[in-house]
Ligand binder design. Structure first.
Ligand code: NAP
Length: 492
């Protein structure tokens, strides 16, 4: 990757001016980059509200996708998510279309931006997995009262984001990568990220690494944010803590981010289209400009990136000609005056040094190695999820009867993850959605080329289906003699 379209030593970048204040902050950013002689040639393309209004439900025309695919790079202003018209979020469309798996959110105290945390030296990066986890949106109503969302996490998906985090730590001269998970509760999904991190970390022996439970991470981010360097985490965890962390240094309005994939990278401001100030020339372009600085470093234009960053730092530090959101009431200037001030400061150096950056090297999906096929794989049982109004005792008796004369025995029944049959004496409130765990009397070796285990499963499910409405089935497997499934709460 990273072979971008160039023209006379300029790198082509797709610019999406977007909605609301988007065109204003894009214009400001382009003007500053031009004044700094940034080696970029813009190719402007459409996405967002106007596209939705023309009836395109994705909000992103084919020509725009083609432009980003061709250039491999885009700078994106905020895109409105339609309410009451149009379709899905255009931002999500872009993220999914280009499989932009790494969301990078730098969180650094900015000079002149005063917060309750000012002076603590906060300077970290949050690396959020951006395509897997519960945000894949695989949801099903199981009964009329029970909703289910599948949390899919994969070994390659974890490996590439962990490698991105360690690679980024190296590229930015950082020292430590903290993997934040909920592995104590979700031992298989979140635990996979922890295990992959432990497997990859030794390859980066020059960096320290540790693990933190995500809720403690949220706590520590408020208590002692300065102790974090790089945090890598799964999609939903990262969504929450990256906004929390942005709040520590001045809020979403000044935060940039990048979304990196194997073949494309999109850089953007974290804030939205701020419709209340759109068209008034009042928007602060700091976030989009900071995203553009990330883009410059991504294409190895380190010198010009530092020049623009230092001009921004000194403008903020001196507090002259800042926009209204960063100024005392009534003292703010417009976008154009702020832009002129940054340009006037090009070539000056602030008291806050830029980090020493190197090129970030990412491994692409086919180069990942964390997934190892197990030596042995056995089917040891199935969980059958079914809908019934019966109580646990009556259901247990009925299913024991169903399992008779099959290769399975009923091991137990759970309701919302808690064993209710045989009863443990717990006080679980029952919903109409049970998981019945049937274990094979003799495990069946599994091979991918045969239908091993399927006739046995079909026979049992047929018998269950004659008496109950089943919702879905999960195979219980053992890899290399180790259970590849969790036990319900209360199972002995
Ligand atoms: P928002 O656009 O971020 O605006 C919230 C408020 O923050 C604004 O009303 C404004 O406050 C202030 N603000 C944000 N950016 C600013 C800037 N650059 N300069 C000065 N002030 C700024 O959030 P929202 O109102 O929730 O969302 C509006 C639209 O944006 C929605 O359609 C949403 O879907 C979309 N959105 C898009 C993205 C994206 O494209 N990545 C992200 C978030 C939201 P005051 O003027 O009141 O002080």
């Amino acid at each position: 990757m990273n072979a971008y379209a160039t023209n006379a030593s300029k790198t082509k970048v797709t610019a999406l001016p977007g909605d609301g204040i988007g065109p204003e902050v894009m214009q400001a950013t382009m003007t500053i980059l031009k004044a700094a002689n940034a080696p970029i040639e813009w190719e402007t393309a459409e996405a967002g509200a106007e596209v939705f209004k023309k009836g395109l439900v994705t909000g992103v025309p084919r020509e725009t996708l083609d432009s980003i695919a061709r250039n491999g790079l885009a700078l994106k202003s905020p895109l409105e998510t339609p309410v009451g018209y149009g379709g899905k979020s255009a931002n999500v469309t872009l993220r999914k279309h280009f499989e932009l798996y790494a969301n990078i959110r730098p969180v650094r105290e900015l000079p002149g931006v005063t917060t309750p945390f000012s002076g603590r030296g906060i300077d970290m990066v949050i690396v959020r997995e951006n395509v897997e986890d519960v945000y894949a949106g695989i949801e099903h109503m199981q009964t009329t009262t029970v909703a289910q969302c599948l949390k899919l996490m994969t070994a390659p998906g974890c490996e590439r984001i962990i490698r991105a985090a360690f690679g980024l730590a190296r590229a930015e001269g950082r020292h430590k990568v903290t993997t934040a998970t909920k592995a104590n509760i979700m031992k298989l999904t979140e635990g996979l990220m922890k295990r992959v991190s432990e497997k990859v970390a030794p390859e980066f022996a020059d960096l320290k690494s540790d693990h933190i439970i995500i809720d403690n991470c949220a706590h520590q981010l408020v208590i002692a944010p300065e102790k974090f360097d790089v945090i890598v985490t799964s999609n939903m965890n990262g969504d929450i803590i990256s906004d929390l962390a942005a709040g520590l240094v001045g809020g979403l309005g000044i935060a940039p981010s990048s979304n990196l994939g194997d073949r494309a990278a999109i850089f953007e401001a974290v804030h939205g289209s701020a419709p209340d100030i759109a068209g008034k020339g009042l928007a602060n372009p700091t976030a989009l400009l900071s995203a553009a600085i990330m883009l410059l470093r991504h294409i190895s234009a380190f010198e010009v990136a530092e020049k623009v960053e230092q001009a921004l730092f000194i403008t903020l530090a001196e507090g002259k000609n800042l926009t209204g959101d960063l100024s005392p009431r009534g003292h703010g200037v417009g976008t154009a005056a702020f832009t002129d001030q940054v340009i006037a400061n090009l070539g000056r150096t602030s008291n806050l040094p830029s980090r020493h950056y190197k090129k970030l090297e990412l491994k692409s999906w086919p180069e990942l190695t964390a997934h190892m096929e197990p030596g042995t794989r056995e089917l040891v049982g199935i969980d059958v999820f079914l809908e019934t109004d019966l109580g646990a005792e009556d259901l247990g008796k009925a299913l024991e009867e169903v399992a008779q004369d099959t290769p399975f025995r009923l091991n137990g029944i759970s309701n919302r993850g808690v064993q209710v049959y045989p009863s443990t004496g717990g006080q679980t409130f029952l919903v109409d959605h049970f998981a019945a765990r049937f274990m094979l009397k003799a495990p069946i070796p599994l091979s991918q080329s045969t239908a091993s285990g399927q006739p046995e499963i079909s026979y049992l499910v047929q018998r269950i289906g004659a008496k109950f409405t089943w919702m879905h089935i999960e195979k219980l497997q053992r890899f290399d003699g180790k259970d590849a499934f969790e036990r319900p709460q209360g199972e002995g």
